[in-house]
Design a binder for this molecule. Structure first.
Ligand SMILES: [Fe+2]
Length: 143
């Protein structure tokens, strides 16, 4: 896949993840409602920052970011199905989604380097570091 197309799929993933994190923020249930409600807000704020950063990187290299929900749903690899409300189910879903993003971004590093674009590779590496830290915490929270 060409780097610009790859970036657009990740932009779609982050847009869908942003909506999905709002769903968890709104509908999480149980004794941990308050801390999890706040944590999911933190995570959707981070997702929207990454979404914007990826889109503006695509613009900077001469591409055009997808910018409609219709395009995002056609492009994304993140499933928006489900109505999880229990913390454990939410974290299992987030582990699946964040792992998918990390796996894809690892492939993206090679795609960016093949296009002689070390800056985009660097963006991917930094994002992987951030997402892997969340993955560690998600896994610890359901032990
Ligand atoms: Fe809110």
């Amino acid at each position: 896949m060409a780097l610009k197309d790859f970036l657009n799929v990740r932009i779609a993933d982050l847009a869908v993840l942003y909506i999905k994190l709002h769903r968890f923020h709104w509908f999480v249930e149980g004794k941990l409602f308050y801390p999890l409600h706040a944590k999911f807000e933190e995570l959707y704020d981070e997702a929207t920052e990454l979404y914007d950063e990826f889109a503006e990187r695509l613009l900077a290299i001469g591409g055009a970011p997808a910018a409609t929900m219709k395009e995002y749903l056609a492009l994304t690899m993140i499933s928006e199905e489900g109505n999880e409300v229990a913390p454990k189910d939410i974290f299992n879903t987030l582990i699946k989604d964040y792992s998918l993003l990390v796996d894809e971004l690892k492939k993206g590093i090679a795609i960016a380097q093949d296009a002689d674009d070390e800056s985009t590779a660097d963006l991917f590496i930094g994002t992987i570091t951030t997402l892997e830290k969340h993955l560690w915490m998600f896994k610890m929270s359901i032990k």
